[in-house]
Design a protein around this ligand. Structure first.
Ligand code: GLC
Length: 723
């Protein structure tokens, strides 16, 4: 199934002796040419730095950079690649937790490129000058992979051929996940789980945030809070809930604590300028940081997850791995002295403003320059030069060892920090956003951009992490979250409760319907996700990937969800509708609220204002396309799906390939799956359906189809098929 096309249009332009990041698949070979031969760009190299300059045509659009704030088209802003733990995500922020230096240009001339360089780069995209794209690299050692094709789909395919197939999580991870910082003990987790089942709201996983640990020490579990953990995990699983613990990168400095002792004894930690183990503070207080650049350290780290997998845990989220640093002891000492000096005065005026500056202790660049790592070839490198690889290597080590610890079972893994290429090992979430309407909008752009970069399994903290969510924002965000492969509601300890029942009865009812609709769509989403991975094209795509019209090139707030559906989320407060562009073909509008509802309208291609009451999500089924729905369940594996409803907008002929596998193993890699090709054809007598079953070492569970087709007049045709 996972056959890749050859890389026909990719050339690597090399400058100097770049650090090998492992973003590119080791088995791939591409032509390597000197950077001086690079087409399109003007390249200037002086004082150990590089500037790449490209003149944009007036209507060129620039896409990419994965996890970044701002528009989908990146023109008009400065961006940086330097993984940073930063919150709140204010609009001017130039870098977040992940660095994905893959971009493409479309317009007068189209091409794409991936700058494989693991530290800070600046991307001035029509910011300083409206028609110039200027990239500055503080080095002359980098690889630039040029994808010399103009079609965005093909550029993405080249990039994903180079860097690998997107991660496929277990199927339960397509269910909904409930999280909070924190549900601190088993009793609370149990109460949350019970409530979901009592209220008949679907859910598959509950996140365990840092309070489950003993004093925030990674790979520990507080037995008082979670007694008989293995039993608890098993009991939760019986009820259809996976528990997903968080793991942080910093290791508390504490002799007698096994992880610290082992890391110390084996010399696994990053070194400071004196050659001592580097010390900085994160949640547990002073910590050391594993040197994940080394294979041996990655393996050691990854093996620690057995502490959990041995107790039945199947999923994890790796956090604080940019890495996040609260302070280093010396900086804290200076800050303290300065503050004491200011506060010990009686007459304080302007000096008070210095207190704020002095307290800017978090994640300072100088910390990252103050320690070093050792590569496998023995080379010592300053951490700053390979900064963006820290999370990549931590999560790579985790993934490699989870594969061994859970033989034959797909692991679930998220990482906060990331670098290009991590998409083949893990999903990512987009960090500490806020309960702001603006972040709901940005979530749409990020979903699309991250899909370009291969992060198909991604999503934001639905409802927002920081700040306080309103019921309306919660509803609208859940209505978007239901289309994110990773659909997780998460918030911090200081905010109001964000579980679906935390607002008012009407909101609970709406959110239940949203979640039921999500679950009803999992057969469609899973089929399309697997197809997108197989074909190396975004699962969530912008309109311009499919439609050539001028308006389709501009739309940033609608997206294709798989190949049949287009979604137009509502992301502004108090709106009871929104403008929507319907490109090229006719569309069947389905303002869904409940998965059982059918208020279908045929619409001609054009621009419209469509209504969307608080409980409605504007969805559109494409002409001559089908989509499948199942009965929603309380969790993904509650029971096998035997019956599907096929929804279709058929004016001529349509086809959909429904895909099934066991959802748990790696069998799909050897082709163990079943496919059901459903074909619908309009004839004088009505709409005919035919099916073709294809089973390879896996028996299709579906035995019945209930078809509901609509033609160009909105006339409904029903039929059923027994397989
Ligand atoms: C970080 C994570 C957040 C988590 C918190 C506590 O801020 O991004 O998701 O809840 O740490 O662990």
């Amino acid at each position: 199934m996972m056959q890749h096309r050859a890389l026909l249009h990719t050339i690597c332009y090399r400058s100097g002796a770049p650090f090998q990041t492992n973003a590119v698949l080791p088995e791939i070979t591409v032509d390597i040419r000197p950077a001086a031969a690079l087409p399109y760009f003007t390249i200037t190299q002086t004082d150990g730095k590089t500037a790449l300059r490209y003149e944009l045509a007036r209507h060129d659009r620039v896409y990419g950079l994965g996890e970044q704030l701002g528009g989908l088209n990146k023109r008009g802003k400065m961006y940086r690649t330097y993984n940073t733990d930063i919150s709140p995500h204010q609009p001017h922020i130039e870098t977040l937790y992940g660095s994905h230096p893959f971009l493409f240009i479309t317009g007068e001339r189209g091409f794409g490129f991936f700058l494989d360089y693991p530290s800070e780069m600046m991307f001035d995209i029509s910011h300083t000058h409206k028609d110039i794209l200027e990239i500055t690299i503080p080095s002359q050692d980098f690889d630039l992979y040029l994808f010399d094709v103009s079609e965005p789909k093909q550029i993405v395919r080249e990039y994903l051929t180079l860097t690998g197939s997107p991660y496929i999580p277990p199927k339960w991870a397509f269910g909904y996940q409930q999280c909070r910082y924190s549900y601190p003990d088993a009793e609370t987790v149990q109460a949350i789980a019970t409530k979901f089942r009592e209220l008949d709201i679907p859910c598959d996983a509950i996140g365990m945030d840092i309070d489950y640990m003993v004093n925030y020490k990674v790979f520990t579990l507080d037995d008082d809070k979670f007694p008989k953990f293995a039993e608890f995990v098993a009991q939760m699983k019986t009820n259809g809930f996976r528990l997903v613990p968080i793991l942080d990168a910093g290791v508390k400095v504490e002799p007698g604590y096994a992880i610290y002792d082992e890391g110390k004894a084996n010399d696994y930690f990053c070194k400071d300028e004196q050659g001592e183990d580097f010390v900085a503070a994160v949640w547990p207080g002073l910590c050391h940081f594993p040197d994940f650049l080394r294979e041996e350290v990655r393996a050691w780290w990854g093996k620690q997850y057995r502490f959990f997998t041995d107790q039945g845990i199947e999923g994890f989220w790796n956090d604080m791995n940019e890495p996040a640093i609260f302070y280093v002891p010396e900086k804290m000492k200076q800050a303290r002295e300065k503050i004491y000096a200011i506060l010990s005065k009686d007459d304080i005026g302007r000096e008070l403003t210095e207190v704020g500056d002095t307290m800017e202790l978090f994640n300072r660049r100088e910390y990252f320059k103050a320690f070093s790592q050792r590569a496998d070839d023995g080379r010592v490198v300053n951490h700053d030069a390979v900064h963006n690889l820290y999370a990549f290597d931590m999560t790579r080590g985790t993934a490699e060892q989870l594969k061994l610890a859970m033989p034959g079972t797909r692991y679930f893994l998220l990482s906060r920090g990331s670098y290009a290429g991590l998409h083949r090992f893990s999903g990512i979430w987009t960090g500490d956003n806020s309960s702001w309407w603006e972040h709901l909008e940005v979530n749409i752009h990020m979903l699309i951009s991250l899909n370009f970069a291969g992060f198909f399994y991604t999503g934001a903290d639905t409802g927002g992490f920081g700040a306080e969510v309103s019921p309306e924002l919660m509803i609208r965000w859940m209505q978007l979250g239901m289309f994110s492969p990773l659909f997780r509601n998460h918030t911090w300890y200081g905010s109001r409760q964000q579980e679906p029942w935390s607002f008012d009865p009407e909101t609970t009812a709406i959110l239940r319907d949203v979640l039921r609709l999500r679950y009803a769509m999992i057969p469609y989403a899973y089929s399309e996700y697997m197809r997108a991975v197989r074909e190396l094209r975004p699962f969530i795509a912008p309109l311009f990937f499919e439609f050539s019209g001028e308006r389709s090139q501009q739309v940033e707030d609608q997206f294709l969800y798989g190949e049949s559906l287009m979604i137009a989320p509502v992301y502004t407060p108090n709106a009871r509708g929104r403008f929507v562009h319907l490109p090229e073909s006719r569309w069947l509008r389905w303002n869904a609220s409940r998965c059982e509802d059918r208020a279908m309208t045929v619409m001609q291609p054009d621009d419209y204002y469509v209504s969307a009451d608080i409980h409605e999500v504007p969805m559109f089924l494409r002409e001559n396309r089908l989509c499948v729905l199942a009965e929603p369940m309380s969790h993904v594996h509650e029971q096998p799906i035997r019956k599907l409803t096929v929804l279709g907008f058929v004016t001529n002929a349509a086809e959909f390939v429904y895909y099934e596998d066991d959802g748990a193993s790696y069998g799909y890699r050897d082709g163990q799956c079943a496919e059901l090709t459903i074909r619908a054809r309009k004839t004088a007598a009505g709409i005919e359906v035919s099916c073709e079953k294809c089973e390879h070492g896996y028996a299709l569970q579906i035995s019945e189809l209930a078809c509901e087709f609509y033609d160009e007049h909105g006339k409904q045709f029903r039929s059923s098929v027994t397989l």
